[in-house]
Design a binder for this molecule. Structure first.
Ligand code: PEP
Length: 249
């Protein structure tokens, strides 16, 4: 099955009502390829989800940046997958390195979150990636495989999953992976999926790259055969996000 180019914008913990409205206006006015060619998903902070949902063009989807691991209840400060669905949010980003590293989310906890979110009907952008120390010690693929394995152990249907390979050393640092570095991990990860999940899942699952993608470097990265799109942080708040959406065309 062919993979559609996928571009996610992770706004992280940024923005005011006024700034969010400006970004949405910029997105709404942009001329971009149709949704048959590129899938665009933007991820505002929780508090702005209803605002963005109301204002954003209908060919772009919305993702939350996290959700609770199980059904809601007595979990102060958390937001449940059911609440996101109730708002009309269709996607959630899970396992972002900022949550793995700062909030100490383990591979197993992220795997549980992915399984629960999928089970209630959300689509998931599942993030994996190694730190600089892990890359330099030669353990990139074993780290990425362990993170992916914790998901594979818990789900059987991958049709609503996009994997975001986001090397931690490239996130927010301006130090983008070279196209060859991204392609190497993406193709090894696809092989891992083939060997451990199945050939059909390996062929059809989008593996997107994240880490200092911008309007200038997106085209060369998008040209790699196993780079199926991007998860973009800083540049998703700027007009160059439109160039990134168009990177594969
Ligand atoms: C991210 O946070 O997912 C990300 C890729 O950030 P940036 O593009 O700013 O490196």
């Amino acid at each position: 099955m062919g993979r559609k180019f996928f571009v996610g914008g992770n706004w992280k913990c940024n923005g005011t009502i006024e700034e969010v409205k400006k970004i949405v206006t910029m997105l709404n006015e942009a001329e971009v390829p149709s949704e048959d060619v590129v899938e665009v998903v933007v991820s505002p902070p929780f508090v702005f989800l209803p605002l963005v949902k109301n204002l954003l063009r209908s060919d772009f989807q919305i993702a939350a940046q996290n959700c609770w691991v199980r059904k809601g209840g007595a979990f102060t400060g958390e937001v449940s997958a059911e609440m996101l669905l109730n708002l009309g949010v269709t996607w959630v980003i899970l396992g972002h390195s900022e949550r793995r590293l700062i909030m100490n989310e383990s591979n197993e906890f992220v795997g549980d979150k992915v399984a629960y979110a999928l089970s209630v009907g959300l689509k998931v952008i599942a993030c994996v990636g190694e730190t600089l120390e892990q890359r330099e010690s030669g353990s990139t693929m074993s780290v990425v495989a362990a993170q992916t394995n914790a998901i594979a152990d818990r789900i059987s249907n991958w049709s609503n999953v996009v994997i975001a390979y986001e090397p931690v050393w490239a996130i927010g640092t301006g130090k983008v992976a070279t196209p060859a570095q991204a392609q190497e991990v993406h193709s090894e990860l696809r092989k891992w999926l083939k060997d451990n999940v199945g050939a059909e899942v390996a062929a059809s699952t989008c593996i997107i790259y994240g880490g200092s993608v911008n309007g200038s470097n997106c085209k060369v990265l998008a040209a790699e055969p196993d780079v199926d799109g991007f998860l973009v942080g800083g540049a998703s708040l700027k007009p160059e996000f439109i160039d990134i959406i168009k990177a594969a065309t």
